[in-house]
Design a protein around this ligand. Structure first.
Ligand SMILES: Cc1cc2nc3c(=O)[nH]c(=O)nc-3n(C[C@H](O)[C@H](O)[C@H](O)COP(=O)(O)OP(=O)(O)OC[C@H]3O[C@@H](n4cnc5c(N)ncnc54)[C@H](O)[C@@H]3O)c2cc1C
Length: 376
């Protein structure tokens, strides 16, 4: 190990971990520097959805599937819980059904999809509200991890399997060619430096972030207590609002009519970027979210009415044996405003910034890291 030279990765979120893995596997001696005692950014605050359904077939879908396979092999080696539960989108309106049917027609040659009638939907997922249910679209490809467990265990796995060093609790305050300077004055030297700072756009190369089409998104989330007696929901669940959020569904010609409907019928949900999804972790808890507020900076407080809007919409399509909230939080991610799926910059020779993966970092970081490293 280490015959390709030394590499420093700044940030132990999923993007930094994926880069550390891909580089160590290619013979770099890798050190990861993380300012928190553990990673505390978007990578521990998300649904844990590895979510190919959000990508229409093409290179981003391929990246998602490649990532999922890497996730599986890491989870198996590192003893991390995961479930390829699939996903289920449900419809209660003609406009929603039209999107699901068109998506199915366009995409079923490329992936594992099934259009379900109400009886079949209820057999797949006992949480679905049967009143007024029209159709379901089941995809067998989505996988769930518990992000808190996974992001804590992957460093241990990388250390043991690939001899990656981790320096937690130290902020990188400056990067020069082949040098990373830490807040305590320590200088680390490397041949290749990779910067994966997530939503911290101000500490390293802020001018790069300010001159690129990047915004910061704030999302509110909730966790419901573990369901009783081992109750499992089956696939991760979502409904009409999500069909106007993801590019994969937005590319159908039926999506525009649905968007017009939501703008009139659910103006507050549209205004606060709310679309509602539910996933279940290995101990039976449910993760429910989310909202999307865009801007360079945000107020630090959660808005109770947003959580109310999320729960109100959830009750339209799902019911759970227990819906007691045990945690609420918010997270941030930088997102490209020009539609690009990521931002890769080389501000100095041998220094790479990787950011802007938006709401898909858990879904495609491992694949993205492989693409970057195999291109070298
Ligand atoms: C609420 C929410 C739900 C989401 N749901 C999903 C989902 O279900 N599926 C999906 O695919 N994606 C999801 N996402 C998106 C996904 O979580 C992000 O794309 C991904 O976590 C971004 O990873 P990252 O490594 O770039 O950033 P982060 O996870 O934020 O990691 C960056 C790390 O760098 C560290 N750092 C920053 N600056 C420095 C410095 N100068 N020195 C040292 N360390 C530094 C930070 O402390 C942090 O730990 C969601 C995001 C949120 C917020």
């Amino acid at each position: 190990m280490g015959d390709k030279g030394r590499s420093i990765v700044v940030g132990a979120g999923i993007v930094g971990l994926a880069m550390a893995r891909s580089m160590a596997m290619r013979g770099f001696q890798v050190t990861v520097v993380e300012k928190g005692q553990t990673a505390q950014g978007a990578s521990v605050r998300n649904f844990g959805m590895v979510w190919p359904i959000a990508q229409a077939h093409g290179y981003l879908y391929d990246r998602a599937i490649r990532s999922r396979e890497i996730w599986k092999s890491i989870c198996q080696s590192a003893g991390i819980w995961y479930e390829q539960s699939g996903s289920l989108a449900v419809s209660y309106l003609g406009e929603e059904t039209a999107v699901l049917e068109e998506f199915y027609e366009d995409e079923h040659p490329f992936r594992s999809l099934a259009l379900l009638n109400p009886k079949e939907v209820l057999e797949k997922c006992p949480a679905v509200n049967p009143a007024g249910l029209l159709k379901g679209l089941y995809s067998g490809e989505e996988m769930i991890v518990d992000p808190r467990e996974a992001i804590a265990k992957i460093p241990l796995y990388l250390k043991e399997q690939w001899e990656v060093n981790f320096v937690f609790g130290k902020t990188a305050v400056e990067v020069r060619e082949q040098k990373v300077i830490l807040a305590d004055g320590q200088v680390l030297e490397a041949d290749q430096i990779i910067i994966c700072p997530g939503a911290d756009l101000e500490t390293l190369f802020p001018e790069q972030f300010h001159s690129n089409p990047l915004t910061n998104c704030k999302l509110q989330m909730m966790r419901l207590e573990a369901q009783p007696k081992g109750w499992r929901m089956g696939p991760a669940l979502f409904a009409g609002l999500s069909l106007t959020h993801y590019n994969s569904f937005l590319q159908t010609s039926s999506a525009q009519a649905l968007q017009t409907y939501f703008e009139a019928a659910y103006p507050d949900h549209v205004k606060w970027g709310i679309h509602v999804m539910v996933s279940q972790n290995g101990v039976g808890e449910l993760t429910v979210g989310d909202s999307h507020e865009y801007g360079r900076s945000h107020d630090p407080f959660d808005k109770a009415f947003i959580n109310g809007l999320i729960l109100e919409y959830m009750s339209r399509f799902a019911r759970f044996p227990t819906e007691r909230i045990i945690a609420t939080w918010h997270g941030y991610y930088p997102k490209m405003t020009d539609g690009s799926p990521d931002l890769i910059l080389e501000p100095l020779p041998g220094v790479l910034i990787i950011n802007g993966v938006g709401g898909a970092g858990m879904t495609y970081s491992f694949g993205l890291a492989e693409e970057i490293c195999s291109a070298w």
